[in-house]
Design a protein around this ligand. Structure first.
Ligand SMILES: [Zn+2]
Ligand SMILES: [Zn+2]
Ligand SMILES: [Zn+2]
Length: 257
């Protein structure tokens, strides 16, 4: 399986509009964080998790030329507002319909926000050719498996995903305030764990970097990454201060497992 971090920033991105702090002005490309999104090749399929407002720039930057499916974690704007650009993949894939999966609770929002996508609503318009489908249990994608895992993230129903192939497990939880016991038990000892690690200052719907590290140490993955990072934390700071086997993710980071 191959995983590419297309975006690793919090909802406003880094640099933040109108901010002149050291991280927002940093010349280190790893401090430039677009909104979170993941591209995965597994089981002979290519898919993305979330389509952020930066989705178009991300797929152009990483030359992503094929997408078989979209999976959503939840319906906050920073995870869904690039979705319309999926229509280019319909075109270049011979008008193949693309399945978009989300929890039933998230689908209610997606079908409202993207109501023009539904074929019966408008005709003759260049709209994405999508089938919205619920995912609330493990599902086969090609020869790999993808499994939703529920987390707490304020008032929006939110799930992460575990992707499994050839006995390797990769878990992705970009937005999380806390993890129910059942999810914790499921991700314990996975090969790679990616977890929300927003900043030092407490936030009502996200883990602080300290909470995130504490949880990651208990999860005990072979390798862990923090993501959904805001401008309080530079890449250099994280590289120097995170414990062994826990790393900052950054836009363009690729891992294979
Ligand atoms: Zn988010
Ligand atoms: Zn800043
Ligand atoms: Zn969110």
């Amino acid at each position: 399986m191959k995983v590419l971090f297309m975006g690793t920033g919090t909802s406003v991105g880094v640099p933040m509009i109108g901010c002149r702090c050291d991280v927002c002005l940093s010349e280190n490309p790893k401090d430039r964080r677009t909104r979170t999104g993941l591209y995965v090749e597994a089981g002979g399929q290519c898919f993305v998790i979330d389509t952020s407002p930066d989705f178009r720039e991300q797929v152009l930057a990483y030359n992503i030329l094929h997408i078989d499916a979209v999976f959503f974690t939840h319906s906050h704007a920073d995870h869904i507002f690039g979705f319309d650009d999926i229509r280019r993949y319909n075109t270049i894939q011979n008008h193949q319909c693309i399945n978009a999966y989300a929890a039933p609770e998230t689908l209610v929002d997606l079908e409202r926000i993207f109501d023009y996508v539904m074929p019966q609503k408008v005709s003759g318009v260049y709209r994405p050719l999508i089938e919205f489908k619920p995912i609330d249990s493990p599902m086969q994608i090609g020869s790999a498996m993808i499994e939703p895992i529920v987390v707490e993230h304020g008032n929006k129903y939110t799930q992460g995903y575990i992707i499994s192939e050839d006995g390797k497990e990769f878990a992705y939880v970009p937005d999380c305030a806390s993890m129910p016991q059942e999810t914790f038990d499921r991700v314990k000892n996975v090969d790679v764990m990616v977890l929300d690690g927003l900043r030092h200052t407490p936030h009502p719907t996200h883990l602080t970097i300290e909470n995130s590290v504490e949880l990651l140490q208990k999860i005990n993955a072979k390798t862990s990454y923090v993501t959904h990072i805001c401008h309080e934390l530079s890449n250099d700071y994280l590289e120097k201060n995170l414990p062994d086997n826990i790393f900052p993710s950054y836009d363009g980071l690729q891992i294979e497992l």
